[in-house]
Ligand binder design. Structure first.
Ligand code: ATP
Ligand code: MG
Length: 337
């Protein structure tokens, strides 16, 4: 991989006058690779009847660094799932470009794991087959399965599938069941296990925990955070739950529309980095409550001017209690863009 090459390795043998240019080129490649996801001026609109169009997303530009845990919030219909589908390459933006690890996303991108809002297990395959299918089909085509090494790999994938099932709080006996024999929450856990099986460097999760009861949701939130801490994939996680966002994310992004007008799509209304993540009411008390209130106000269409009181409260709590150290970037519609 170019990004792992050191500068001297690449520049060796080049004429001296080219060295500086080569060093700069390497630095650019490395900087690009560190940007796991790059969303450049993306707008999405759909035809609405013959002439009119419905704008969903408008001029979205975001740089997501490798290893960030980004949580995407916003009112229903603001375009969160649409943006996630664009990141996966399932749909193309009307305008603008999206790149993952430096290359443009032009079709469904196998480098990204995806847990869709409506989880999509293969109905005619058992839980175990659903889990094993991804790793086996991506690493072994039909003829590759004739190789002796396939059987060893298959055994390892099977063991990993049982490990993921146990992680998700499912029983080994669930492995032989078909999706219709599972509850909605169990299907959701299998869909999450399926995505984790692939060990992708980018994980896109759309309301992955929404069908779970509170205690299962809590344990899966802790599990996801520990998986992320261990392997540091780049995660983009959609939720409606602000507390979940503050617990999981290292960065919270809120999409919101300025008006209900069809011509007006969602923009980035709030982009806030949390240096630590892992915030809970218990650990952060009033700071946590202030943040939740602020995020929800922005998400519900609060404008910068409407939020002056809350911003003061947030600024004060930042100064008084060190929150400013954890909140790195903080801008809203109209503030910096
Ligand atoms: N293929 C499509 N054709 C026409 N309109 C679409 C299409 N896909 C999405 N939309 C519209 O785009 C808007 C945003 O949809 P999206 O599913 O991204 O919202 P969301 O933020 O994920 O909402 P929720 O929180 O309810 O899941 C909706 O008004 C939806 O009807
Ligand atoms: Mg959605």
């Amino acid at each position: 991989m170019v990004s792992s090459m050191s500068t001297p390795e690449i520049t060796a043998g080049l004429p001296l006058f080219g060295e500086e240019r080569a060093v700069r080129a390497v630095a650019e490649v490395e900087a690009q690779a560190a940007k796991s996801i790059s969303i450049e001026d993306v707008s999405v609109s759909y035809a609405l009847g013959r002439a009119a169009r419905r704008s969903v997303l408008e001029n979205i530009s975001l740089e997501i660094e490798e290893g960030e845990f980004v949580v995407l919030l916003g009112e229903t219909g603001c375009g969160k799932s649409t943006l996630l589908r664009m990141l996966l390459g399932q749909e193309r933006p009307t305008e603008g470009t999206i790149s993952v690890a430096g290359s443009k996303v032009e079709r469904v991108d196998a480098r990204s794991g995806y847990v869709p809002q409506r989880y999509s297990l293969f109905p005619d395959r058992t839980v175990l087959d659903n889990l094993m299918m991804g790793p086996l089909t991506s690493n072994y085509h039909i003829l590759g399965r004739l190789r002796p090494s396939f059987w060893g790999a298959r055994r390892a994938v099977r063991e990993e599938a049982f490990r993921q099932l146990a992680h998700m709080g499912l029983q080994a006996s669930d492995a032989g069941k078909y999706p219709h024999q599972l509850s909605g929450g169990m299907q959701q856990r299998v869909a999450i296990a399926q995505a984790l099986m692939m060990k992708n460097r980018v994980l896109l999760m759309d309301e992955a925990f929404s069908a779970l009861d509170p205690s299962t949701r809590g344990s899966l939130q802790r599990l996801l955070r520990s998986v992320w801490s261990e392997t540091r994939p780049t995660v983009v996680f959609v939720t409606h739950n602000t507390a979940e966002a503050l617990f999981l994310g290292t960065r919270v992004i809120v999409l919101a529309r300025e008006s209900k007008d069809d011509a007006c799509g969602s923009r980035v209304a709030l982009d806030m980095k949390l240096a630590e993540g892992g915030m809970t009411l218990r650990s952060h008390g009033q700071e946590f409550l202030d943040l939740v209130e602020h995020i929800e106000a922005v998400s519900n269409g609060g404008r910068l001017t409407d939020l002056s009181g809350r911003r003061t409260a947030l600024d004060r709590c930042g100064e008084d209690s060190g929150l400013a150290g954890r909140v790195g970037v903080f801008h809203e519609v109209g503030e910096t863009r």
